[in-house]
Design a protein around this ligand. Sequence first.
Ligand code: 5GP
Length: 115
Amino acid sequence: MAEETIFSKIIRREIPADIVFQDDQVTAFRDISPQAPTHILIIPNKLIPTVNHIAESDEALLGHMMVVAAKIAKQEGIDESGYRLIMNCNKDAGQEVFHIHMHLLGGKNLGRLIG
Ligand code: 5GP
C-alpha cells in the first residue's frame, strides 16, 4: 500500500491550495513554488506513487489528465503562446512528491529543454 503524500490532503481539501480544477478523477492546483508565470500541477485523485506504477487500467485516467491540462492551458490564456507538460519519475528526474503529477508550465518563453 503506497503512503499518502500532502497531495492527498490537497485533494480532500484538508490543507489549503489554489485549486483551479477538480472532478471525480483529477485535481489541478497552482504549484507552491512556481517556476513560470503559470505553474499548475495536475494529479489523479487516486494515489499512484510514480509513473512506474501506472497500470494499463489507468490509461483513460492518464488521457483525462492530458485533456484537463489542455483545458487549463486555454483557461490560463497560454494555449496559443505555448506551454510545457512534465512528469518527473524518481531520483534522477528530481521527483519530490510520490503521487504522480503533471507540471503545466507557461506564460513565458521556457527555452529549449532538449536539443
Ligand atoms: P516534483 O519535483 O516531485 O516533480 O514536483 C513536486 C512539486 O510539488 C514541486 O514543484 C513543489 O513546489 C510542489 N509542491 C510540494 N509541496 C506542495 C504543496 O504543499 N502545495 C503545492 N501547491 N505545491 C507543492
